[in-house]
Design a protein around this ligand. Structure first.
Ligand SMILES: Nc1ncnc2c1ncn2[C@@H]1O[C@H](COP(=O)(O)OP(=O)(O)OP(=O)(O)O)[C@@H](O)[C@H]1O
Ligand SMILES: [Mg+2]
Length: 268
């Protein structure tokens, strides 16, 4: 639940610390954001040489365990936002701190370690190897860690079990349905126990019923594994499943609303 007043204090570390104050301005408690963006802009140069602000002075704090939906028109900057948080891209201006890492200043090596350890990515079009088995696909992130092959196999099978695919572990991905493919992609995203899951329109290629199943899986992962989830979606009913909805328009956050029992306040 959001405290009535929060305020950032500059930390000597790379963690963003929020303090909660009572109406007298006294300190109630301090807590850390797992994701903190300060004055973030991302400027792209277009083919005709013009500058385009895909993100325009974005400020965002997300706490551990939140489930946040990100909505907005096509081209508004949603994927760019996820890419910044996931360390796939770096901002032109501003600072991005995620899970204790300063994405803004990190080098390639630190960024790839960070992505592998802290982040699970789920995409609209799955990004799986179609000729490989479900297990082989889910093992991929573990191949960049110290995990042995047999341990990786066990973890991949356990992860597939969590998304209800125990009976498909040896099936090639090109023999699975779209919904099953997306569940394989979720299993791959969670196999390393990442603290943050970034899902970019994960239900965009699925029918309503299968999309609902996928969202339910994500909600379970959010609840049972305390994973912080950012979910980009175009579908209102999908966004309504989250506990907070951020709306982006032309690279700016234009609304940030908490949903759920007893709480429907706008944050900005
Ligand atoms: N690598 C790039 N080079 C130049 N412009 C880019 C690049 N990536 C994104 N853009 C531009 O930045 C803006 C934001 O793009 P982004 O992909 O973040 O939008 P989006 O909200 O995810 O849209 P969609 O809902 O269609 O996926 C768009 O105008 C896009 O054309
Ligand atoms: Mg996008």
């Amino acid at each position: 639940m959001l405290p009535r007043r929060t305020k950032s204090i500059a930390g000597a570390t790379d963690f963003a610390i929020m303090v909660s104050l009572n109406p007298m301005g006294e300190l109630l408690f301090a807590h850390m954001s797992i994701i903190s963006l300060k004055n973030v802009s991302k400027i792209y140069r277009t083919a005709v040489g013009e500058s385009l602000a895909a993100l325009d002075n974005v400020n965002l704090e997300v706490e551990k365990g939140e489930f946040v939906a990100v909505v907005g028109e096509s081209g508004s900057g949603k994927t760019t936002l996820l890419n910044m948080i996931g360390g796939l891209d770096q901002p032109t201006e501003g600072s991005v701190l995620v899970d204790g890492h300063n994405i803004t200043s990190a080098g390639d090596k630190e960024l790839s370690r960070f992505r592998n350890r802290s982040i699970g990515f789920i995409f609209q079009s799955f990004h799986l190897q179609p000729l490989q088995t479900a297990t082989a696909n889910v093992m991929v992130p573990l191949l960049f860690t110290e995990t042995t092959w047999s341990e990786a196999r066990k973890k991949a099978e356990a992860s597939l079990g969590l998304v209800g695919l125990s009976d498909k572990v040896n099936q090639r991905v090109n023999q699975l349905s779209a919904g099953q493919c997306q569940r394989v992609a979720i299993a791959r995203a969670i196999v390393n126990n990442p603290r943050i899951l970034l899902a970019d329109e994960p239900t965009g290629n699925l029918d309503v019923r299968t999309g609902t199943e996928i969202i339910n899986q994500l909600k379970q992962i959010n609840t049972n594994h305390s994973a912080t989830i950012l979910l980009v979606t175009h579908e209102e009913d999908v966004a309504a499943q989250a506990r907070r909805i951020i709306t982006i328009q032309a690279g700016r956050i234009v609304s940030d609303a908490a949903l759920g029992a007893g709480s429907n306040e706008d944050r900005q």
